[in-house]
Design a protein around this ligand. Structure first.
Ligand code: ADP
Ligand code: ZN
Length: 718
């Protein structure tokens, strides 16, 4: 029998659903209209592809980008699923062929652009068939509040009216409440069928570094990503061209991408990147919308993005396949001023809005709390974990940090006393009591700070200087690197507030290594052989390599060394059809490699045996409904009340009812009147995001309380 689970394994080759996928599919199967809000890489496509295979009739997928349609259809065909697209890129013959495939019922999935959907030809085709599912991808295009409004999307309302028996899905990665409400009301959806996934992308390592020598920093970074795909974002076309040329001089395979290039060049460069013919793309923000490449292993922001929203979108293009990916932002004041200069040219009210976006961005870059906190709170989500372990501010234990107040004070006063006219190296020379010419020339041996820093080495002082810039206590002027003390630095000197930081740079490297060690272990040379095979097969078939197998699949092959058909089928991403088509090609390589290197197959537990932690919230919700107390649940799973509340919230959001709110309300410390105010705020602002409610109540009610009361609210509302 066909079930979502059997399709997931046999067609897609995956072991388990990602968060919310299963609930969304069930909702669609029950023919309830569904709004899906998930970050890039969350696995949205599967949520309509699986129902499409379960329904008898046709599924129409509306997608705005021709390149993406083609990509999806290629991926489905590689899985043995017959899908076609209809758009202006097809020749008349191809168009007719695809129409026929739909008419005969041979293709159960049809991808179309919104404007195509409304042509009489398609309309009469659809009227002659049973249309079961209408999936609207990139649904934020329907909203004028979205960042990518497309008027032709508005017409989808008519399409939906004309096919009332088809269930409708709208999918987007834009989480702003305004856009979501707009999508729902335009399409006439009811509230209870919204699924909002977490926007936390666990596999992304997020890092911000002060921008000192950006080219050298980039080259150093790239040394750790040999042959791995990545995107480097720059502010201007000129910068793109320069950096691309520099990297090419260092023998990197790199292509530029920006609006100043001919269409055909842009397309060619993008294609080279997608097909793994070029390793790196250096681009302005114009790049990324139309690509689905799942194995982007790093994203570097060479320049400062103009808002958190675009930053999040851009780093989101890394690691769609769920494997670790690294996001590096190079940050400098100078970049912020550059953007400010452009904002100055704008008119109100756009100008104020742009300033606010930029301010949020610089605050983020300068911040010292977990990167995930401000990032997710921007989307109204609270990140409550203490330490994410995968951002630059968290990877470090507090114990790695030393009290550097005294050295910081020495350094800042030395900068001040030498007149804020020199770079770090000279300031360090003064602190160390050097007798060089420059010191003599400026009479700096007469300063009270001369020679007061002999307890540290030159490189330790340089490292401290960089940290002070990073912390915003010092400003470094970009052209000559002249240091000056910021207002924040002066305050620190006055208040004698403690400064924490590192004495030795070496610690930072160790930390990187520690983060890496938690990754899945696999044989890099075997991976490289498998990747070459994949490229060869992909070129033969004229498709991007990831259509054959994802990196994740190759990583598992190079980690478990499967030797038989059965164990190969057990690898994530190996479904029946791909196994038939390509299984042997890869098996031969793995076996040969294992023989010559005396390696044995490692056991990979099949799906059934694994603890499915991703679906724990279902178990928690069901146990709660069966009458189990919160205390019991906390003890059973050995987790905090917070975690249980999160599970219950997800359980409700997935469309399940909850027994009663009584146990829950007893957790709240607010008076009934105060609780009433919070409920009213939920009525006004909706309950998907806590931040708007928090703001509406002027921060008077903390997030822990809001989480408890939201649950009660949702519980009562049903
Ligand atoms: P989105 O459209 O939300 O950005 P995609 O649908 O492109 O995400 O999915 C991102 C990646 O995750 C794809 O490579 C897809 O094949 C993979 N994927 C989706 N669902 C699963 C799953 N249940 N298990 C493993 N991988 C999955
Ligand atoms: Zn963190």
């Amino acid at each position: 029998m066909l079930t979502p689970e059997t399709i997931l394994k046999s067609t897609f080759g995956y072991d388990a659903f990602k968060p919310l996928q299963r609930e969304i599919i069930a909702n669609v199967q029950a023919r309830r209209d569904t709004l899906v809000i998930m970050p890039t890489g969350g696995g949205k496509s599967l949520t309509y592809q699986v129902p499409a295979l379960l329904f008898d009739g046709l599924t129409v997928v509306v997608s705005p980008l021709i390149a993406l349609m083609k990509d999806q259809v290629e991926q489905l065909r590689a899985l043995g699923v017959s899908a076609v697209f209809l758009n202006s890129s097809l020749s008349p013959e191809e168009y007719q062929e695809n129409m026929d495939a739909v008419k005969s019922g041979q293709s159960k999935l049809l991808y179309v652009a919104p404007e195509t959907l409304l042509t009489p030809r398609i309309y009469s085709l659809l009227s002659s068939l049973k249309l079961d599912l209408l999936a609207i991808d990139e649904a934020h295009c329907i909203s004028e509040w979205g960042h990518d409004f497309r008027p032709e999307y508005r017409q989808l309302v008519d399409v939906r009216r004309k096919f009332p028996s088809a269930v409708c899905m709208a999918l987007t990665a834009t989480a702003t409440p305004r856009v979501c409400d707009d999508i729902e009301s335009t399409l006439g959806f009811t509230k209870s069928n919204k699924f909002l996934a977490s926007f936390n992308r666990e596999n992304l390592f997020i890092e911000v570094k002060p921008k000192r020598e950006p080219v050298a920093q980039t080259l150093k970074f790239l040394e750790n990503f040999k042959e791995q795909s990545g995107i480097i974002y720059c502010f201007s076309r000129k910068q793109v061209d320069e950096l691309a040329a520099t990297l090419a001089r260092y023998k990197y395979s790199v292509r530029p991408y920006h609006a100043g290039l001919e269409d055909s060049d842009r397309r060619r460069n993008q294609e080279a990147f997608i097909r793994d013919d070029a390793q790196i793309i250096v681009a302005t923000i114009a790049f990324g919308m139309g690509i689905n490449k799942p194995n982007v292993r790093f994203v570097i922001h060479f320049d400062l993005p103009k808002s958190i929203e675009s930053y999040y979108q851009e780093i989101g293009r890394a690691g769609r396949d769920g494997l670790p990916a690294h996001c590096l932002l190079l940050y400098s004041y100078a970049d912020a001023s550059k953007i400010r200069y452009f904002i100055d040219q704008k008119e109100e009210p756009e100008r104020s809005a742009s300033y606010q976006h930029l301010d949020a961005m610089t605050r983020y870059a300068e911040g010292s709390v977990c990167r995930r906190k401000p990032l997710l709170s921007y989307f109204g989500e609270t990140y409550s974990q203490e330490n994410c372990a995968t951002c630059d501010n968290c990877g470090m234990d507090e114990s790695d940090l030393a009290d550097i107040t005294i050295p910081a004070q020495k350094f800042l006063s030395c900068v001040k006393r030498s007149g804020e006219r020199f770079g770090a190296a000279h300031v360090v020379d003064i602190l160390l009591g050097s007798e060089n010419e420059k010191i003599q020339k400026y009479n700096h041996h007469e300063l009270s700070t001369y020679g007061i820093g002999k307890e540290l080495t030159k490189s330790q002082w340089m490292h401290i200087s960089r940290q002070l810039v990073e912390k915003g206590l010092l400003n470094q002027e970009p052209a000559y690197r002249v240091l000056s003390v910021t207002v924040k630095g002066l305050e620190m000197l006055k208040s004698r507030e403690q400064v924490r930081g590192q004495i030795n740079e070496a610690q930072k490297k160790e930390r990187g290594a520690r983060v890496k060690s938690s990754e899945f272990e696999y044989d890099k040379s075997l991976f490289s052989l498998l990747r070459n095979k994949r490229k060869e097969l992909a070129d033969e078939a004229g498709v991007p390599p990831y259509v054959i197998f994802s990196d994740k699949t190759l990583v598992e092959m190079a980690g478990y060394f499967p030797q038989s058909r059965e164990s190969l089928l057990n690898i994530s991403g190996v479904g029946k059809v791909k196994h038939e088509r390509y299984g042997n090609d890869f098996l031969v390589i793995i076996k040969e490699y294992c023989r010559s290197n005396k390696l044995d197959e490692k056991y990979k537990a099949p799906m059934r045996e694994k603890d499915d932690a991703g679906r724990r919230y279902v178990a928690v919700g069901e146990a709660y409904n069966a009458g189990e107390s919160l205390e019991n649940l906390m003890a059973r799973y050995d987790v905090t009340a917070d975690t249980i509340l999160n599970h219950l919230a997800r359980f409700i959001q997935a469309g399940n009812p909850l027994r009663s709110a009584e146990d829950l309300i007893s957790l709240s410390n607010l008076s009934p009147d105060q609780q009433m105010d919070v409920f009213k705020a939920f009525d006004h602002m909706g309950s998907d995001m806590l931040k708007p409610v928090y703001d509406k109540l002027n921060g008077a009610v903390n997030y822990d309380e809001l989480r408890i009361l939201r649950l009660c609210y949702l519980c009562e509302k049903r």
